[in-house]
Design a protein around this ligand. Structure first.
Ligand SMILES: [Ca+2]
Ligand SMILES: [Ca+2]
Length: 421
């Protein structure tokens, strides 16, 4: 088989072991009652509108519950909670109420969906971009969700990786729901971003909890000279590059072939920053739940299949993100289209699709760690999350990739931005 995004199996095996037990998903549920008699239930209440801001994007509504069959009038599901206004975002859409039970005696109605995620303004990258991300292609590609503060163990899940000697505390932060899409990156390129002609300001993009974590002017020289050079650079693999010089069919796919400098510069331009390794790991682990995969429920569940992520399932399902064996551009799936694989706070495609740059230099974990990051220069920046042609063990929340120099480009490597909550 041909492997298109680079990995180092020896390191993978040293860090992880994959199990295979059956777990359960995390969707809304409904209970069926016996079929006879009853009156219809009431539909769910819609979410309350959040207050409008100026120009943000809407959160996605929760999924409605399934109707209970035959009941003494099933009660409708509860509507979604409104999204709170972002820094000028519009409110999130409420969840759809459960469908009423049909007439009968004693059925239980469906449970309503969970509320919509708060509409967060995000940065300028979605200002002129249609909301086409998410499960059904109607969510803003700039959606962002707050990850609450907490303490966890880095690269620990108690199942595949059991070293709990690396605790870390993370303050609340915002993390974009989706990987950076081609469409968002196009807005950045259109404004001349990511070039020596328009580098980020020195010190910008700092984690507010972490001194000296912003852009270093010495990195300007590592950016492409101008926009033409940048456009050429992100076409790093004719078969798998998602960038096109004019907008086409890849706008909702993750941008790949971006190096660390461009990923950081994009996030700064978009009003954010790169997540620290600890932050990324915390989001994927569901914080103190220490999930094996971001979607694991219970947290110890090792269940993974193509419903959860775009990755290399097995020898018969190479690159099965698009449901077709074999690795093609289509395996770089549209952002958020496998919601079953979302993490605890709604983040999509954390594992699989593209691997994601983090702020840190690779080294042994800094300890103690309170909003920490490895800022001392090394050889490689930490990359997290497997890509569309990575094997299951690369997709474990505990897994660290430790061999990507900051100037490296790969068709399986992209990023997502963190921001002030
Ligand atoms: Ca495929
Ligand atoms: Ca990913």
């Amino acid at each position: 088989m041909t492997l298109t995004c680079w990995r180092m199996p020896a390191i993978v095996l040293a860090l992880t072991v994959t199990g295979a037990t059956v777990g359960c998903g995390n969707s809304s549920t409904a209970t069926d009652g016996p079929a006879a008699g009853g009156t219809g239930g009431t539909g769910g209440t819609g979410g309350t509108a959040g207050s409008a801001g100026t120009g943000g994007t809407a959160g996605t509504g929760g999924k409605g519950g399934t109707a209970g069959s035959a009941g003494t009038g099933g009660t409708g599901g509860t509507g979604g909670t409104a999204g709170s206004a972002g820094t000028g975002g519009t409110a999130g859409t409420g969840g759809t109420g459960g469908t009423a039970g049909s007439a009968g005696t004693g059925g239980t109605a469906g449970t309503g969906g969970t509320g919509g995620t708060a509409g967060s303004a995000g940065g300028p990258s979605c200002k002129s971009l249609a909301a086409k991300c998410g499960p059904v292609g109607t969510a803003s590609c700039c959606e962002s969700a707050v990850v609450p503060e907490g303490t966890f163990y880095r690269s620990f899940d108690g199942v595949t990786y059991t070293d709990n000697s690396n605790p870390a505390t993370v303050s609340a932060f915002g993390l974009d729901t989706y990987e950076i899409t081609v469409g968002r990156f196009r807005a950045f390129v259109a404004e001349g971003g990511g070039t020596q002609a328009k580098p980020p300001a020195a010190g910008s993009g700092a984690n507010p909890k972490l001194a000296a974590s912003g852009w270093d002017a010495a990195w300007n020289a590592s950016l492409s000279a101008d926009t033409a050079a940048l456009k050429a650079a992100v076409k790093c693999n004719a078969k798998f590059q998602t960038w096109t010089d004019t907008a086409g069919n890849n706008e909702q796919r993750p941008i790949n072939c971006v190096n660390w400098f461009e990923a950081f510069a994009f996030c700064i331009w978009d009003g954010g920053r790169l997540p620290t390794e600890a932050e990324w790991n915390y989001a994927a682990s569901g914080g103190s739940e220490q999930r094996v995969y971001p979607w694991s429920s219970p947290p110890s569940s090792t269940t993974i299949d193509e419903a959860y992520a775009s990755y290399l399932v097995d020898a018969n399902k190479l690159c099965f993100g698009d449901g077709v064996a074999g690795c093609t551009l289509a395996d770089l799936i549209f952002a958020g289209t496998k919601p079953q694989g979302n993490g605890r706070w709604g983040h999509a495609d954390l594992e699989g699709n593209v691997q994601e740059w983090t702020l840190d230099w690779f080294a042994t974990y800094p300890t103690p760690c309170s909003d920490c990051a490895n800022l001392a220069a090394g050889s490689y920046r930490v990359v997290r999350g497997g890509c569309f042609d990575d094997i299951p063990s690369d997709l474990l929340s505990s897994h660290r990739f430790n061999y990507f120099s900051p100037s490296y480009r790969d068709n399986g490597l992209g990023a997502r931005c963190a921001r002030t909550p």
